[in-house]
Design a protein around this ligand. Structure first.
Ligand code: ATP
Length: 783
């Protein structure tokens, strides 16, 4: 065993020109490294270097080697050692025509051993194969192996080292010294190309064939002689520390247990004739020759088959999955469409719902309004029911009133005489126009001679249910109310809706005030008496039970008989009001002219309700007209103004004669009170109005000169049979008053009917009419 220098000297080849290839225990890696080296350093001398790791002392080397990668990788029997593989590599290279040496070094530290060998032999070019497992990543660059890293760091600086794995350079540690510093790689993946100046020195496979004459492979192989430079028993030269170095230089010196067979050498020799063109073939041979590779290939083949099978299954599975995915995608699309449709429906429904809500709110509002309306209608209904009950009660009372005995009331229960239309035609001379004495809203008034009586015939329109009811009502009321100052009804012609009244020969007050039909102006005395007559009639109506409100008092309704006794007519609009009632409603104001509006109570115009005070108001306007002779419109204001200015005399109707001033002023004041807007401010008929008018009448009677001129016997003072002023007036069952001798003679002559109506009398009893007698006597006294 010698020093490193000594060892180097013992090498039979030029270290300077040799490419050292350090091979590990990984067979695949070793092969790939070798192929790379041969491919890139064609023509160079190779020395295959294996630094063998010695087993620890407590473990047998052989068993350790068996555990090593090499033995496992090639699946060699126990006897085969990495050393034999090194020989195989050399043989393979020989087959490739590459000159190769082998160097076997044993040490207990591989990387340090490598570094020391580099140093000892001054190795300039070293290719270091790396474990494939560690560099399995594609394009992994950099050293991961601890050994490689150590070598790259510690190797002498003059050494150029390629770290190769799987046929590509992982890392290049460039050396600074040496002739081949600029050596470029032919197929390096790190991009180093051959330079032209190296080419001549490179020996390609072809060149190698040409050079075989100089030195054949056997010669080169024969130079591998085993020289036991290192003492197997551990007598180290000390430079390598604990390592043992075995240098293989010659065939004859093969280390024990690592023989190179003769046949192998012969094969190597024969393979020396192979050219680099057969490289692929040799490579195939190498692969076929390698048992491990074959087994591995088989294994790989079966694995591949399995993989193919698996792949097929996977592809089928994938296909199925793909179809499933397509189906699911289709379903997904359909569901998406459905979802979209549902969302559209949803938004549509939401829109409709909001519209419905709006409608519901509207309907609720309407419903609440309807409920309010219903409530108000119910209230009105209840009110109307109460009113209806009240009306029914009134009706019952009125019916009772109607049924009363004649002696207990002002009403007469006698049947109203009826006339045929033929009689009416005869009485009016077929409605001779010259016999027409008046025209009202409801029809014309004719004078007539009916059954020897001087009558006035008022014909109501023959159409409309209203006219029928008006007709019936007027007949009913007129027939039941009897008073010297009320126009008396004589009978009716229902078939022509015609009412027969007594004929008041002097016409209406209106005609006299307006001096129509050649009427002379009435003297103030007559006017005062007319006022008292109407007041008397009103007192009679208002104090009747039930109270009768005329409701339409105006001068045209005040008729004057032959003696200028005033009689109030036109009871058609009047209403019976029970005592406890104060008013009745009427809508007839619509038909009233503006002129006649002046007689109507302003309160009625506002409320539509007639009260007894309404009649008082009308009477007040009539009194003012009697006093002034002026038109009714604005008369109240004129008289007020005249009174305030003490100029009443200026507005008095001078055609009535000389009005006594006090009387005129008194009449004006009381008339204005009647025309007060507030009904409560108007005077009471009896206590306030009659009490003023009655003394006036006396004053007027006293002023006989003018009165006598106009005085005539009142018609009701004369007997209907004798036509003379009655001295002993008796009331018969027909309600008429007759002179006692005349009516008794009527009965004694066999009559049991009324001389006036020709109807059968219920009885022949006769009752004295003291009131009339008193009136006659008073009248006679005044005369
Ligand atoms: N019984 C009668 N005797 C004499 N003349 C009468 C009689 N009745 C009515 N007249 C005359 O006929 C006229 C019409 O009377 P009528 O009652 O029909 O209407 P009006 O009172 O004038 O008006 P309205 O149409 O408002 O009732 C009276 O103005 C009067 O001149």
């Amino acid at each position: 065993m010698g020093t490193a220098e000594e060892i180097g000297q013992q090498l039979e080849f030029d270290v300077e020109d040799t490419i050292f290839v350090a091979l590990g225990t990984d067979v695949d890696a070793a092969k790939a490294t070798l192929i790379w080296a041969v491919h890139n350093f064609a023509g160079k001398t190779f020395c295959l270097l294996h630094v063998h790791h010695l087993a620890p002392k407590n473990e047998e080397p052989s068993s350790y080697i068996l555990k090593g990668h090499l033995a496992k990788a090639v699946e060699e029997p126990e006897s085969q050692k990495p050393f034999e593989l090194l020989n195989q590599y050399v043989l393979i290279l020989a087959k490739l025509g590459v000159q190769a040496q082998k160097l076997w070094i044993e040490t207990n530290n591989v990387e340090r051993g490598l570094v020391e060998i580099i140093a000892q032999y001054s190795i300039k070019w070293l290719v270091m194969g790396l474990d494939t497992e560690r560099y399995n990543m594609k394009r992994s660059i950099g050293l991961k192996s601890k050994k490689a890293f150590y070598v790259s760091q510690q190797a002498p600086i003059c050494c150029h080292i390629w770290f190769v794995c799987r046929g590509r350079v992982i890392y290049l540690r460039e050396g600074r010294m040496g002739r081949f510093n600029s050596l470029q790689l032919e197929n390096s993946e790190i991009g180093i190309n051959h330079t032209n100046h190296l080419r001549p020195e490179s020996v390609t496979c072809k060149n190698f064939a040409d050079a075989q004459g100089k030195e054949n492979a056997c010669d080169r192989i024969s130079r591998f002689r085993y020289q036991g430079l290192v003492d197997q028993k551990g007598s180290s030269n000390g430079d390598l520390g604990t390592s043992r170095t075995v240098l293989l230089l010659k065939n004859e010196g093969v280390k024990e247990g690592h023989p190179v067979s003769q046949s192998g050498l012969q094969e190597e020799a024969s393979m020396n004739v192979m050219s680099m063109k057969d490289f692929e073939g040799v490579k195939a041979w190498v692969e076929e020759d390698a048992v491990g590779a074959e087994l591995k290939a088989k294994s790989l083949e079966s694995t591949c088959m399995e993989e193919v099978k698996k792949r097929k299954e996977m592809e089928e599975l994938l296909e199925r999955e793909k179809k499933e995915v397509e189906r699911m995608n289709k379903e997904h699309d359909e569901l998406l469409k459905e979802l979209q449709h549902v969302q559209e429906q949803k938004s549509l429904l939401e829109r409709k719902a909001s519209e419905y809500w709006c409608e519901v709110e509207e309907l609720e509002k309407k419903m609440f309004a309807a409920v309010d309306l219903l409530v108000s209608f119910k209230e009105k209904r209840d009110k109307l029911q109460i009113e209806h009950e009240g009306a029914m009660d009134k009706l019952r009372k009125l019916k009772n009133i109607v049924k009363r005995e004649p002696s207990s009331s002002h009403y007469r229960s006698a049947e109203m005489p009826t006339f045929s239309f033929m009689e009416i035609i005869e009485a009016t001379r077929n409605f001779d126009p010259s016999w027409k004495i008046g025209e009202g809203r409801h029809g014309s008034v004719y004078k007539g001679l009916l059954r020897h009586m001087d009558v006035a015939l008022k014909m109501l329109p023959s159409y409309g249910s209203h006219s029928q009811s008006t007709f019936q009502y007027e007949v009913e009321v007129s027939s039941r109310l009897r008073h010297p100052n009320l126009v008396s009804i004589i009978g009716a012609c229902p078939e022509s809706r015609l009412i027969v009244y007594e004929n008041l020969k002097n016409g209406s007050l209106e005609d006299h005030l307006a001096c129509k039909n050649h009427n002379r102006p009435l003297p103030w005395q007559i006017r005062i008496r007319i006022a008292t007559d109407i007041c008397s009639a009103l007192i009679f109506l208002h104090y009747s039970d039930p109270c009768v409100v005329h409701g339409d008092i105006k001068p045209s309704k005040i008729l004057l008989d032959a003696n200028f006794i005033a009689k109030l007519g036109g009871l058609g609009i009047s209403r019976l009001i029970p005592r406890e009632e104060k008013a009745f409603n009427s809508a007839s104001v619509n038909n009233i002219s503006k002129e006649n509006n002046a007689y109507i109570d302003p309160e009625y115009l506002e409320t539509g309700r007639f009260t007894p005070e309404s009649d008082v108001y009308s009477l007040g306007v009539i009194l003012l007209r009697i006093l002034t002779g002026r038109a009714p419109l604005g008369i109240v204001k004129d008289v007020k103004c005249a009174l305030e200015n003490d100029k009443l005399g200026d507005i008095l109707d001078s055609s009535a004669g000389d009005w006594p001033h006090d009387l005129a002023e008194q009449l004006a004041l009381v008339a204005l009170r009647c025309c007060e807007k507030e009904k409560l401010d108007r005077p009471d008929l009896v206590s306030e109005l009659w009490s003023v008018l009655e003394p006036m009448r006396s004053i007027a009677s006293a002023s006989c000169s003018s009165l006598k001129k106009h005085s005539r016997v009142p018609a009701h003072f004369t007997c209907p049979i004798f036509q003379e002023i009655m001295k002993d007036p008796l009331i018969a069952a027909d309600g008429f008053t007759y002179e006692a001798d005349a009516i008794r003679g009527w009965f004694q002559s066999g009559h049991n009917t009324s001389p006036m109506t020709n109807l059968k009398l219920e009885h022949c009893d006769l009752v004295p009419n003291y009131a009339l007698l008193n009136a006659i006597q008073e009248w006679q006294h005044q005369l």
